[in-house]
Design a protein around this ligand. Structure first.
Ligand code: MRU
Length: 344
């Protein structure tokens, strides 16, 4: 099993995802500011994994607060929470996990020491829960996939695997479950420009599991769909609005539009913690813009001349009408029915 975040000996251990697939290295994180940096620089990435990491970041922050006075402790904790919130804007799991941690801090424990202990228990519960949730998503996805052909050729974009969650994965969880059930012939993995999560991380996970995987560049997906080589597309999400509009890695929207064109089912696999029921639709989802060097540099090599302007959005929003079903731990539903799951 691959665990991108672990808690061991009073510190967090993160798989450094910027070093994969070349090196599998765990970096120890001992304070909340280091955790904020790790999230921002994408040592840890993927919506649910960011949530788990932020929860442990809150624990590290809490532990470093020296006061015994509860009011003062909470004030300092709020300050730390704000710094963690500033790391990445799109994945709602970050804010969801921080709010859960603050809620525990405000409501559980008679004194600072007890609150700190309760916060650690909560972070561990968030992590354990996400692992179970991903396994449930895998099962729900397996049941929702097309019945024919028996052996499916699936395509995914970015990395929504074990590395992007507490373990197992959402979209890649569905792929794992299909593989285990003998229903997968092959996964096609989009390379996912500019950060190459598909090329570096999704293929790495598949190789670990012995899942047959074909790497393509993003621009080849349309061609593969047109050739009839793909039976369904499964992707993850960073934030899903109440109406089912789903933000995911840049390029997802184009892929969904191509699926509609070729009448190929397009699934979004995401835990309910990724659904932002407060947002009516996807137009309100904040889209992260990242350093333009991600698109104009390959390693140390500059790809274009001076004098060019850049735009580097990390995510796009796929309209609900292009999504066949949203696969959650509570089952797979058409996007229009997502709001009914709010009560679950
Ligand atoms: O920028 P990243 O690598 O954090 O983006 C990740 C994605 O877009 C994933 O598809 C999404 O977070 C779902 S992870 C289960």
């Amino acid at each position: 099993m691959i665990f991108p975040v672990l808690w061991q000996d009073d510190r967090a251990l993160l798989i450094d995802q910027t070093r994969l697939p070349g090196e599998l290295i765990q970096v120890p994180i001992t304070d909340y500011q280091e955790m904020a940096r790790a999230i921002k620089t994408m040592i840890v990435r993927g919506a649910p994994a960011i949530g788990v990491a932020a929860a442990y970041g809150m624990c590290l922050g809490a532990r470093s607060i020296e006061t015994e006075e509860l009011g003062e402790f909470l004030a300092q904790l709020e300050f730390m929470a704000e710094e963690l919130r500033q790391t990445r804007p799109t994945a709602v799991n970050l804010f969801w996990a921080i709010d859960q941690m603050l809620n525990v801090a405000y409501t559980q424990g008679e004194n600072v020491a007890e609150v700190k202990a309760q916060m650690l228990a909560q972070a561990q519960a968030i992590q354990a829960q996400d692992l179970q949730t991903c396994q449930a998503i895998g099962e729900a996805g397996l049941a929702a996939l097309p019945a024919q052909p028996e052996k499916l050729r699936l395509l995914t974009h970015c990395n929504a695997g074990a590395l992007a969650t507490a373990g197992y994965g959402t979209a890649l969880g569905v792929v794992r479950s299909a593989w285990a059930a003998g229903r997968l012939e092959r996964l096609f993995a989009d390379e996912t420009r500019p950060r190459l999560q598909g090329a570096k991380l999704t293929t790495w996970e598949c190789v670990q599991e012995g899942i047959p995987v074909t790497l393509i560049t993003d621009s080849m997906a349309g061609h593969c769909l047109q050739k009839g080589w793909i039976d369904a597309v499964v992707v993850g999400a960073d934030r899903v609005a109440r109406n089912g509009d789903a933000a995911n890695k840049i390029g997802t929207y184009g892929l969904a539009a191509l699926c509609a064109m070729h009448k190929i089912p397009f699934y979004v696999a995401a835990p309910l913690s990724t659904v932002d029921f407060e947002l009516a639709d996807g137009s309100q989802i904040p889209i992260e813009e990242r350093d333009p060097r991600e698109i104009y540099q390959l390693g140390e090599t500059r790809l274009c001349p001076e004098g060019v302007d850049f735009y580097n959005p990390a995510f796009d929003v796929t309209p609900a009408e292009l999504i066949t079903a949203i696969i959650t731990e509570a089952g797979a539903v058409p996007p229009g029915q997502l709001a009914h799951l709010n009560a679950v």
